[in-house]
Design a protein around this ligand. Structure first.
Ligand code: ARG
Length: 571
């Protein structure tokens, strides 16, 4: 049992004893009301008695006094009544023993529970566009999605990761037209997405002077839609070339998907949705187009069909939402997409609701802010777009140089450089509350001393090294009283909070809570390590400090894993 529950149980028992016959709150309400004071001098937990005042017809101070007098549990060092609060001081040695014991006993499962068992979450993330390079604008969706995917799995959910590819639109007709005119197979095969982009840029340049080109583009697009074999063959090849490029980035980042069903996947699945809209009398004609009027909810209309009958992004998302419900029967469907698409998703969810799908309430837009690079939006100051694979490889090179300087005799330098470089970028991306805009700077991302990935990874490696030198943690006769000092207690307290942090991170779809936690734990551990010598002669003290080191190592590694960052054992 964790301490929070144990404390809540003590309060419940004391309330029943002290206020027999009164209307008392239940176990859950008591546990929910428990606070962790900002300063440990005020206790490890505090129970505010203000809300009980009315039901018990006593002042909060009197209630707290009565409860304090009725609680005597060996694991509690002290229970204090202060100004209507009941402050609990857990016996420090017991606290350390229980927390470290639980963490090490549960190992990799520490912090998890099975609250997601039997439930399914669909996550739409990364969702890149075909024939475009993967640039840093798609980093956040990829990494937030990946972290939420891992977090849900950790809590026992079945997670379905969907890369809703942007693989439909008139631009693909233009691209094929350009390819037919000026392109050749080998150049595109060798140059990948860059070659496709070149063709597209040239097409638009030449179309300015030659309007007939646009008709050609439209004609090719129509062929794709009609399933013309040649058009489809070229288009599918463009798609596989793009995905091969993207796959390299996903491999570097350690990101995977269960489905690549993108916009074009819904070509033949929109009919029923449009029929349903019509049956429910939701479709309205507007200037030849078909729309759903959302003015009652203060939103512009949702565009379903253009006047030429063409479907839209919205139409495809409606079909996709329905398909996901039918196929996966999700309990929760998350869309990890930039906040610029906020209106789109509010419209989407509203239309689903109007269609009578009660599961519309289970759909959520996990919005995030913009990434800029060294002060310039999505591009360097010189105006170059920052491509993700370039950024990642630069990060690896820089990490490699740092390793060369700091630990020249490290064995697997390339592997560790990859872990640190990628980890630095990912960590930086997930460090702030997701809705905030972020400006990526090398200076801050790769700093080994700041609140960064490399700092946390380094702390983990340090813990590993301490344990290695000690020949593993000797748990035979630890003296947990040796962990009563404030620095050790801070580490213990963070380890204890890990399960709660993870729960909040899942409930709020907020990986940054885990990132921040990793920094807090790394800082606390380094302070502990600075203040306390681990390898002392006294075996009880040494064993206790080694166990604390081991628990820190394990929790830090798990926290980093859950945000998609690897933790090398040596660096
Ligand atoms: N491809 C889109 C973009 O890059 C994101 C798609 C998000 N997912 C969705 N179901 N709309 O902006």
């Amino acid at each position: 049992m964790d301490f929070k529950t144990a404390v809540a149980n003590e309060i419940l028992a004391a309330m029943r004893a002290a206020f027999e016959g009164a209307q008392l709150p239940g176990a859950e309400a008591v546990a929910g009301a428990l606070e962790v004071p900002p300063d440990s001098a005020m206790g490890d937990y505090a129970f505010p008695c203000f809300k009980l005042s009315k039901a018990l017809k006593k002042s909060p101070m009197m209630i707290a006094d009565a409860l304090a007098g009725a609680i005597h549990a060996p694991f509690l060092g002290k229970v204090e009544s202060v100004k209507g609060y009941l402050n609990f001081f857990i016996d420090k040695a017991t606290y350390a023993e229980k927390v470290i014991g639980l963490a090490l006993e549960q190992g990799e499962r520490y912090g998890a529970d099975d609250s997601g068992a039997g439930k399914t979450v669909v996550l739409d993330y990364s969702s890149i566009n075909i024939a475009k390079r993967f640039h840093i604008g798609h980093l956040s969706t990829t990494m937030i999605g990946n972290s939420l995917y891992r977090l849900h799995k950790f809590f026992g959910w079945r997670a379905v990761g969907v890369n809703h590819l942007g693989d439909w639109g008139t631009q693909f007709g233009k691209m094929i037209a350009a390819y037919k005119r000026w392109g050749d197979h080998d150049t595109v095969a060798a140059g990948g997405v860059d070659e496709m982009v070149k063709l597209y840029v040239r097409f638009n340049e030449e179309a300015k002077a030659n309007e007939a080109l646009n008709d050609e583009g439209r004609a090719w697009f129509k062929k794709i839609e009609d399933g013309d074999p040649e058009a489809l063959e070229i288009f599918n090849w463009f798609k596989s070339v793009t995905l091969k490029d993207a796959e390299r980035v996903y491999d570097l980042l350690g990101v995977t998907f269960d489905s690549y069903a993108g916009e074009s996947f819904y070509n033949d699945k929109m009919g029923p949705v449009i029929d349903a809209l019509r049956e429910k009398n939701l479709l309205k004609e507007d200037d030849g187009a078909q729309i759903v009027d959302l003015s009652d909810w203060g939103m512009p209309p949702a565009l379903i069909l253009r006047s030429d009958g063409a479907t839209l992004y919205m139409t495809r998302d409606l079909a996709a939402a329905k398909y996901r419900k039918d196929t996966y029967n999700f309990d929760k469907s998350l869309y990890v997409v930039a906040y610029q698409q906020d209106l789109h998703f509010r419209q989407l969810f509203k239309v689903l609701e109007l269609m009578g799908y009660d599961w519309a309430k289970d759909c959520e837009h996990v919005a995030f802010g913009m990434v800029s690079f060294e002060g310039g939006a999505l591009s360097t100051r010189e105006g170059h777009v920052v491509y993700l694979d370039d950024l990642l490889h630069q990060a690896i090179d820089k990490a490699r140089a740092i390793i060369e300087e700091k630990s020249p005799e490290l064995e697997n330098k390339d592997e560790v450089a990859r872990q640190i470089g990628i980890g630095a970028v990912v960590f930086f991306d997930l460090y702030n509350n997701r809705i905030k805009d972020i400006d990526f700077t090398w200076e801050r991302a790769l700093n080994f001393d700041g609140e960064t990935g490399p700092y946390c990874m380094y702390t983990h490696a340090r813990a590993c090294s301490v344990l290695r030198k000690a020949g593993g943690a000797d748990a035979s006769s630890p003296d947990f009283a040796a962990l009563s000092d404030p620095c050790s207690q801070d580490v213990v307290r963070l380890i204890e909070q890990f399960p709660d942090i993870l729960k909040s991170a899942v409930n709020r779809s907020e990986p940054s809570m885990v990132t921040r936690f990793a920094v807090d734990l790394a800082q606390a551990f380094n302070k502990f390590y600075y203040e306390n010598k681990v390898m002392v002669d006294e075996p009880g003290t040494r064993a206790a400090r080694l166990l604390l080191t081991d628990a820190t190592r394990q929790v830090l590694k798990q926290a980093l894993y859950l945000i998609g960052v690897e933790a090398p054992e040596r660096m």
